[in-house]
Design a protein around this ligand. Structure first.
Ligand SMILES: *Cc1c(COP(=O)(O)O)cnc(C)c1O
Length: 420
């Protein structure tokens, strides 16, 4: 099997029509100067080679023109935030007025909760995964407290069935239906950060709306990963960061989607600020807030141009291809690795087997000393990430992963498990 699985990897790499995109990225290097195998793109994506060039342009313009950089040259800073909109639409399947780059992810979650979590009468509850990302849980609890609501009574947790580690879509829908009189908001993280599972966004959205609730998705692990079509899915909002699969740089500016059905409603409560103000009157500096229709009307501050510059470089890589093609390669990559593990049985994969039910991630349950195995892998030349107590997350991002990387990783994993 070993030699034939190597041949399969070589063949798949040869046939891969996206393999040229790997050249767009800088890989970290081992002590001996080799590229690391990099599978932590679900945590921090790699640096696009063009990023430094775009950053340098901002530095140069700042040096040569200072404040006039806002208005000068090809990419004036005053509209720099608009230059990333087409790239973001390409990623998430939205219309231009439905998306914006602003703030950071958790702040965008707070911002959306202020606007779209409006408890009223008996309708006070939020449905979310019991295994939601901790920052999302903290944000939701604090927002409930702002409304003087007890988090213990107002979060409806979605739990896997006894003995199972994944949530079933049908159970999510049933929970929404059963609590239809008390739910104000359904908030789902898609893809789940720990298991790599993704949920049926369209069905969840329809069920939430049927129940009279609003619905939002945290796409931290979904953006740049799933082939999304946010406009058609129809959720009220979505939020995400750009530093995981999108490769926009550590802690960089995040994104938000607000469906166009809310675009014209100026009365939605929000964290208002001058950058959300209608562009015609923004610099008249008047006291009355008149938001830009659509997602841009949720911007509070004048945007960080350095971060946007790096984001541009990464969005341009995505624009060379489509999310459909990337997801299809991702499925081939994860399926190839699954076959290796099915044969060797070195670890258990807790991610769903059906590629439609997962992103570009396989979560490996490590039987002993997970951290030790992670460290051995690093010594052998592979970077992944680890979540307590015993899960190694492997994210073979299709923009820069070769099938041979996975073949080599599997060989390393076998070694690392022998001497963790
Ligand atoms: C990565 C991640 C975060 C991180 O939030 P920041 O505000 O960017 O630090 C939050 N939620 C989820 C679901 C994540 O995956």
């Amino acid at each position: 099997m070993t030699s034939s699985s190597k041949e399969i990897a070589l063949k798949l790499d040869q046939q891969d029509s996206l393999n040229y995109l790997r050249e767009e990225f800088i890989f970290p290097k081992t002590d001996s100067g080799k590229d690391f195998l990099y599978f932590a793109g679900n945590s921090l994506g790699l640096q696009p080679k063009q990023a430094r060039k775009y950053l340098d342009q901002v530095f140069s313009k700042w040096a040569s023109h200072a404040v006039e950089g806002h208005f000068f040259g090809e990419d004036p800073w005053i509209t720099y935030n608009e230059s990333v909109i087409p790239g973001i639409c390409h990623l998430v399947g939205a219309q231009a007025h439905e998306v914006v780059a602003m703030n950071t992810l958790t702040i965008n979650l707070h911002s959306m909760l202020i606007s779209f979590f409006r408890p009223n009468g008996k309708r006070t509850k939020i449905v979310m995964e019991s295994s939601a990302f901790p920052s999302d849980i903290y944000a939701v609890k604090s927002q409930l407290q702002f409304h003087n609501l007890d988090p213990r009574e107002n979060i409806i947790e979605l739990l896997p069935r006894q003995g199972e580690s994944l949530l079933r879509d049908e159970d999510i829908l049933k929970t929404i239906e059963q609590n239809k009189d008390s739910i104000a908001l359904v908030l789902i993280g898609n893809v789940n950060y720990l298991t790599g599972q993704c949920y049926d966004m369209t069905q969840i959205t329809q069920a939430a709306h049927k129940a009279g609730a609003l619905v939002g998705f945290d796409l931290a692990h979904g953006v740049g990963n799933l082939n999304l079509n946010l406009h058609n899915i129809g959720s009220d909002f979505a939020i995400w960061c750009h530093y995981k699969y999108v490769n926009g740089g550590p802690g960089t500016i995040a994104g938000a989607f607000i469906h166009e059905r809310h675009a014209q409603n100026k009365n939605i409560h929000r964290l208002a600020g001058w950058w959300g103000q209608n562009k015609q009157s923004r610099f008249q500096m008047g006291p009355d807030f008149d938001p830009i229709p659509g997602a841009s009307g949720w911007q509070s501050s004048n945007p960080p141009v350095f971060q946007l510059a790096v984001l541009r470089s990464s969005l341009e890589i995505f624009q060379k291809t489509s999310m459909e093609k990337l997801k299809s390669k991702a499925d081939q990559l994860t399926q190839y690795f699954e076959q290796l593990v099915d044969t060797s049985k070195v670890v258990e994969i807790i991610t769903p087997r059906n590629p439609d039910k997962r992103g570009t991630q396989l979560s490996l349950r490590i039987p002993i000393n997970g951290r030790g195995v992670l460290n051995s892998l690093k010594e052998l030349g592979a970077i992944c990430d680890f979540r307590e107590p015993n899960v190694i997350r492997l994210a073979p991002a299709p923009l820069y992963t070769k099938f041979m990387d996975l073949y080599e990783f599997h060989e390393m994993l076998k070694k690392a498990l022998k001497s963790p």
